[in-house]
Design a protein. Structure first.
Length: 317
């Protein structure tokens, strides 16, 4: 049992089962409203694990939104501090009230989200550091972003994506410790794919995730990127980057057989979505500066159909 807090801003509370049920409905609706490709993967999980993933996703999404959409200005860092304070309280089983003027309450965070997350954290052995790493990764997006080398970029990917995967596999369930290594690689693969898809959008908010030394090696300048110049050098650069993402994906899929059988379809579906995105990038001739790779309505319908059939025990070779 954690010690009683001496902080008057932290008070013990015992939520009712009905309150917890309602809290999970809130995070489920928030996940659905986010229109994330991840939602198609999450719905494949058994109800209790699905609820836990919704709660974790809501927290990670919130940290990202504080930086990207929260409108906190010079209070962004303090808002992220607030998330960390609330997270610590959730782990301690407390309802935290930070309305004391010292740090801003993150206005998008509802009491229901913290209640759902707190319940999840006491059901599954999620290391608090994984969620703190996500917040730290979001801090790195706070100012203008550049990465000199791919190794630097990988460290960022591990924070914002692999850390999320490490939290997820504690919900999924595994026994073989190799699952940790593969979850890290899978997270890197997914984040690299996002980066290749969103080059133009990131440039518009002052972020360049592509390694500077590799851009220079291929003879690509920021002027080229900002003016959406699809040169032969850019195509070669993107072809290399897509191949790298696929290599990480190939390593990451080794995770699947190590997971609890009830949970495997979730990361399988997630990975399939990103395989489609990489295929789309290739079909666009690697021109993600002028076009956005995404799933078509038909691809989404097909994906949901496969999920529905598998939920009824029908699988395809």
């Amino acid at each position: 049992m954690p010690p009683e807090s001496n902080n008057p801003a932290e008070v013990k509370s015992t939520p009712t089962p009905q309150q917890i049920t309602e809290a999970y409905k809130v995070v489920a609706n928030a996940t659905r409203a986010a229109s994330s490709n991840f939602y198609y993967a999450f719905i494949t999980l058994p109800p209790e694990k699905r609820n836990a993933v919704y709660a974790g996703y809501a927290f990670c999404r919130l940290a990202d939104d504080v930086v990207d959409e929260g409108g906190y200005g010079d209070q962004t860092g303090a808002a992220l501090d607030s998330l960390e304070t609330h997270l610590a309280a959730a782990y301690a089983g407390n309802v935290h009230d930070s309305g004391n003027g010292e740090v801003p309450v993150v206005k998008e965070a509802t009491p229901a989200m913290w209640l759902a997350l707190g319940d999840t954290l006491h059901k599954y052995p999620i290391d608090q550091q994984h969620l703190l790493d996500v917040v730290e990764g979001c801090r790195r997006d706070f100012d203008d972003v550049t990465y000199e080398t791919f190794d630097d970029l990988v460290e960022y990917c591990k924070l914002v994506a692999s850390a999320t995967g490490l939290a997820l596999i504690e919900v999924f369930g595994y026994e073989d410790e190799r699952a940790v290594e593969y979850a890290i690689d899978l997270g890197i693969a997914l984040q690299l794919t996002n980066i290749l898809r969103d080059i133009t959008e990131d440039l518009e908010i002052g972020r360049v995730y592509l390694p500077a030394n590799e851009l220079a090696e291929y003879g690509i300048t920021l002027y080229d990127l900002r003016n959406k110049r699809i040169t032969s050098e850019f195509v070669l650069f993107m072809k290399f980057q897509v191949g790298r993402a696929r290599n990480y994906l190939a390593s990451g899929v080794r995770l699947f057989p190590l997971l609890d059988k009830q949970s495997r379809q979730c990361p399988e579906t997630m990975t399939h979505v990103y395989e489609i995105l990489l295929d789309q990038i290739e079909k666009l001739g690697y021109d993600t500066l002028n076009n956005r790779a995404s799933l078509s309505k038909f691809q989404k319908f097909k994906l949901l159909s496969v999920i529905w059939l598998r939920s009824r025990g029908i699988r395809f070779v």
